[in-house]
Design a protein around this ligand. Structure first.
Ligand SMILES: [Zn+2]
Length: 330
């Protein structure tokens, strides 16, 4: 019997957010699937839309709650990385605060209504508007990490990254970190980017979500997982560190490597020129990225693209001289 499907909006912090509820004919786990936490990550939004549509005609056990776009104001305004009303990265605000700024209130509402109480959470991302990346899945240390690792592996991307709380953690306040803190197995899955709807990335997300369903025992594998979309799934590389490199100088970024390239220690990864207008006359402000080490390079590669399409934003140095981090994705 096909599942029952309800499409409606959910009021989260005063914002009407699209919600697709798909309830199977038999009992089973409750899975929450989020996309559009960053409003311009179109491959992930398209992936969740396509996957939910296909799920409507399949046998399902349990219940799926899918939000194709959580950060609606960023989606409408085509604003990468942040909630435009307060300039905060929504995926640094979880579990949120009920009386904070809009991003904090939206995070709190999404956390209490969609993440808490779920048996599993998948937060589907891509690189944002100016962001290319190597597909990977992220999960957090915590009481549910064994189940989170199983979901991350099932998603089928090339790299699986584990983060744990502490001073070395590159990103915090994410959906998957907040879920981990309350014992909900959760993953963040990344494929696609640069404001594009690349079919290959959409397919990776659709296949990944299907395989999460199978891992949770909520559905069998669809026929598509047996053909071309399901080929070449080697075991992922497991990474234990999320390394973000940040440039100390403003300028025009010229990468010397592409996303997915292997990088040797000591080899230049990029140069930052101090003249935005002049192409060749610029002085290399950062000549060598010796920190870009071969083991676990996926995130280093990711950093390499982050400034590919533009200069480092102005005004990133605070009056106290301490550098303020520009809001980035994930
Ligand atoms: Zn994102």
């Amino acid at each position: 019997m096909p599942p029952k499907v309800v499409r409606r909006t959910l009021d989260l912090a005063g914002i009407q957010v699209p919600l697709i509820e798909i309830t199977g004919s038999a009992d089973g786990p409750q899975l929450t699937v989020l996309a559009g936490v960053h409003g311009c990550e179109y491959a992930s939004i398209a992936g969740v839309r396509s996957w939910a549509r296909a799920l409507e005609s399949r046998e399902l056990q349990g219940r799926v709650r899918a939000v194709p776009v959580l950060n609606m104001s960023a989606f409408r305004a085509r604003t990468p990385f942040v909630v435009p009303e307060d300039g905060k990265n929504l995926n640094r605000c979880f579990p949120g605060h009920p009386s904070g700024t809009l991003a904090e209130r939206l995070a709190h509402a999404a956390f209490t209504q969609l993440i808490a109480g779920a048996d599993a959470v998948v937060d589907v991302h891509a690189g944002d508007m100016v962001e290319a990346l190597e597909p990977f899945t992220l999960y957090e240390a915590g009481p549910a990490e064994d189940r989170a690792l199983a979901l991350a592996t099932a998603y089928g991307l090339g790299y699986v990254l584990r983060q744990e709380p502490g001073p070395g953690r590159a990103v915090s306040g994410t959906t998957s970190a907040a879920a981990a803190q309350i014992g909900v197995p959760a993953i963040t899955a990344e494929a696609g980017g640069c404001g594009l709807v690349e079919q290959a990335a959409v397919d990776l997300h659709v296949r990944g979500l299907d395989q999460v369903l199978a891992e949770l025992g909520m559905a069998g594998r669809p026929a598509s997982a047996e053909d071309g979309a399901g080929r070449d799934q080697a075991a992922p590389d497991l990474l234990g560190r999320f390394l973000w490199l940040r440039c100390a100088d403003e300028g025009w970024w010229e990468p010397a490597v592409k996303v997915g390239d292997n990088q040797r220690a000591g080899r230049r990864g990029a140069a930052v020129h101090d003249q935005l207008a002049g192409g060749r006359g610029g002085r290399p402000a950062a000549r060598t990225w010796r920190q870009v080490a071969p083991p676990g390079p996926a995130m280093s590669r990711k950093r390499c693209w982050r400034a590919v399409n533009g200069a480092r934003p102005r005004g990133t140095r605070s009056p106290a001289g301490e550098r303020r981090r520009p809001p980035l994705g994930q």
